[in-house]
Structures are given as structure tokens and as C-alpha cells.
Design a protein around this ligand. Structure first.
Ligand SMILES: *Cc1c(COP(=O)(O)O)cnc(C)c1O
Length: 392
């Protein structure tokens, strides 16, 4: 199916119809599979014959999701996992060993940071954090034993954009892997493998599901990087995606192209509107010309994405009052949903970060993050206007 456009891949790729000739993909909620004979069982177990064995590592619904996402990202192989976090864990457990070093952007998902500093460190993998946007910091952090670069772009919540092609050149020149968490853009807006990344990671929980129903993740890349190292770890350690969740994400992929375009359209309109509101100090959105990396973002992403952050004039009290004045938006830290969500990063997603470091990173008390959903943009604006108008 390689020759098809991504919109077609999203709807049709990766699934093999069964003898029932169903049009919608079937779910296979079975833990194990039966063999025609003892000899076939032996052949499947030895790997001599390809086929299903046990759903910790072979399930037709999960495989359909993996195949479809691999084609959409332009990767040879994909392994699905129980969550975005277990996708990240499986990648590092599969590809790194004690004594290895990783350079990571400091602007990454908070739990990923905890995974690196608290858990990978226990097993002798050391991580150095650097600026998302200053390539010189990446360069000077490289050591003899540096194995990988890790980042997500645009970052959450400040939408800083990392230069994928520059970082990929630097990684290659130093014999490192470039690992990109592509959760915010999805392959609809950005395909990191085409821009030189070696591995793409997803939290399928976010835009891929798109309707806030399930937790899941995936790792995509070349066969050599994914199959033996990452799938091997996943198969042995067992952070497996369930067949039911794989079905949800498979169906999520079908509408991902139209949803992403609609998220971006609403987000851009909201960002423009917020820029003009007198109670707003700054708006962070890569699709705005005022964004410090607007040109880079336009080059590597096809649109600005679904997340908009902004600082109100004032402090925590003013930010909370805007959040509390909403009547329709969901006050929740989840993102990528058709339902617009609003959150106060300093006291939720980033509350575990040391206050001084948090302010240093620009996550101040007057910052609000909105994951723009698919309700009418006029209703979304109206819901925010209520609180914002009170501040002026
Ligand atoms: C949510 C998220 C994760 C973790 O995914 P889970 O599915 O919640 O485990 C990782 N990276 C990013 C960028 C995320 O937003």
C-alpha cells in the first residue's frame, strides 16, 4: 500500500480481511491460538512458521494497528505497547545498556523525565538535559558513550520547536540515534523518520485515539532497530497493547487526518483571537508568525498543531479565574481529544518540577494550556472570553 496517500493509508492500510469478509476490522479478544497439529505448534514456537502464538506478542488486531501506523509514519516496523510510557521504556530497555548516555531535551513530558532520572539511572543509563532549541547545547553534551538523542516537538506546553534535520545530522555525525516522541503532531502533520529521525514514539492515548477512551503507545522505525531490540523486550517483559485497545486506535487512525486538520484550524483561530485579547500577555502557537520559530515550524510541520498556550496578565489567581469561569471546556490535563481541555501547567502537569527550574523554563503561574478540540470555535472562544473579559 506504499503508493497510497496518507489519508488512504489511515483508512485502509494494515488489515487483512478474514474469511467472514467483514468490512470493518474485527477484534480478536483471545489470549492464545490453536494449531492444526503438534507439528504446527512446534513450528510456530520455534519461529520456523510465521503466525499467531500468544497475544502477549502476536495478536491480529494489534498487528493491524502496528502495520497501519508503520505505513503512516513511513517506517518498516512498529511495535504497539500498553501506554506511551511503556513505548518509551521499551525503546530504552531494548536499545541501551548500563554505561550508555542519552542527551534529552529538557522540555519533555514530565513523566518521561521521571523515567529517565529515577529509573533508567538505576540501571546505569545516564541522561543529560539540554535546551530544546539550542543546538550548541546538544553538541557540547555529547560524550564518548552517547547512544541516543531524545525529544518531542513542539514541546508541551510552550510549543518550542526542535530542529529535526539539524539534530539528525548531529546525531549521525556522532553515531547516535535520534528518537522523537511524535505525539503532538502525529504523522499527519510531521513525519520525523523522513527528516532523519531513527525512531518515532507515540502515546496513542492522545490524538491517535482522539476521543479519550484508551491508553496505548507505539514505537516505529527500521526493522533492525525495532524487531529484535524493542519487540524482543516488549514480548519478554509484557507491556502489551490489548486487542480491544488496538481496535480503538485502529479506528482512531481512520479519522486522524480529518481530525488533525480540524484541530489545527480551530487552534489557529483561537491563537489569533487570543493574541488580540487585552487580558492576554503572550500566545504560544507554532502556526503564528509571532512564534520565534515560525519558519522552522512551517518547514517541518504541515500545520501548527492542536495545542495553544497563553499567559494572562497577572499571576496564578488570574489564570485560575479564567479556567474556573469556563462552563463547557473540560478542566483536565489530558490532550488530543475532540473535547477541548484546559489546564494550569504550573500546578498540574509541571507541579513536580522544582519551582525555580519551572519559572526558568517559562512555565510561570499565569500560563494556561488549551488542547483545542472540535467544538464550534465560536463556543470555545465564548467560554474563554467570560473569564478573560473580567481581567480587563
Ligand atoms: C501523554 C504523553 C506520554 C505518555 O503517554 P501515556 O499513554 O500516558 O503513557 C508521552 N509523551 C507525551 C508527549 C505525552 O503527551
Amino acid at each position: 500500500m506504499n503508493e497510497f496517500d496518507i489519508d488512504t493509508l489511515a483508512v485502509r492500510a494494515g488489515y487483512q480481511q478474514t474469511a467472514e469478509q467483514e468490512n470493518s476490522e474485527a477484534i480478536f479478544p483471545t489470549s492464545s491460538f490453536r494449531y492444526k497439529s503438534a507439528a504446527q505448534a512446534a513450528a510456530r514456537f520455534s519461529g520456523e512458521e510465521k503466525g499467531n502464538v500468544y497475544s502477549r506478542f502476536t495478536n491480529p488486531t494489534v498487528r493491524a494497528f502496528e502495520n497501519r501506523l508503520a505505513l503512516m509514519e513511513g517506517g518498516e516496523s512498529c511495535v504497539a505497547t500498553a501506554s506511551g510510557m511503556s513505548a518509551i521504556l521499551s525503546t530504552f530497555m531494548g536499545l541501551c545498556q548500563a554505561g550508555d548516555h542519552v542527551v534529552s531535551s529538557q522540555s519533555i513530558f514530565g513523566t518521561t523525565k521521571v523515567l529517565f532520572t529515577k529509573y533508567l539511572a538505576k540501571f546505569g543509563v545516564e541522561v543529560t538535559f539540554v535546551s530544546q532549541t539550542d543546538i550548541r547545547e546538544w553538541q557540547s553534551a555529547i560524550q564518548q558513550n552517547t547512544k541516543a538523542f531524545f525529544l518531542e516537538t513542539p514541546s508541551n506546553p510552550l510549543t518550542e520547536v526542535a530542529d529535526l534535520s539539524a539534530l539528525s545530522s548531529l546525531a549521525k555525525a556522532n553515531d547516535c540515534l535520534l528518537i522523537v516522541d511524535n505525539c503532538f503532531c502525529t504523522p499527519i502533520l510531521q513525519r520525523p523518520l523522513e527528516q532523519g529521525a531513527d525512531i518515532v514514539i507515540h502515546s496513542a492515548t492522545k490524538f491517535i485515539d482522539g476521543q479519550g477512551r484508551g491508553i496505548g503507545g507505539a514505537v516505529v522505525g527500521s526493522e533492525a532497530l525495532i524487531e529484535e531490540p524493542v519487540r524482543g523486550f516488549m514480548r519478554t517483559a509484557g507491556p502489551t497493547m490489548s486487542a480491544f485497545n488496538a481496535w480503538i486506535f485502529l479506528k482512531g487512525l481512520e479519522t486522524l487526518p480529518v481530525r488533525m486538520r480540524a484541530h489545527c484550524e480551530n487552534a489557529e483561530a483561537l491563537a489569533v483571537w487570543l493574541t488580540d485579547h487585552p487580558a492576554v500577555e503572550t500566545v504560544f502557537y507554532p502556526g503564528l508568525e509571532s512564534h520565534p520559530q515560525f519558519e522552522l515550524a512551517s518547514k517541518q510541520q504541515s500545520a501548527g498543531g492542536g495545542l495553544v498556550s497563553f499567559k494572562v496578565k497577572g499571576t496564578r489567581e488570574q489564570a485560575w479565574s479564567v479556567i474556573d469561569a469556563t462552563q463547557m471546556l473540560s478542566i483536565t490535563a489530558n490532550l488530543g481529544d475532540v473535547k477541548t481541555s484546559i489546564t494550569h501547567p504550573a500546578t498540574t502537569t509541571h507541579s513536580r518540577v522544582d519551582p525555580e527550574a519551572r519559572i526558568q523554563a517559562g512555565i510561570t503561574d499565569n500560563l494556561i494550556r488549551v488542547s483545542v478540540g472540535l467544538e464550534s470555535i465560536e463556543d470555545i472562544k465564548q467560554d474563554l472570553k467570560r473569564g478573560l473579559d473580567k481581567l480587563v
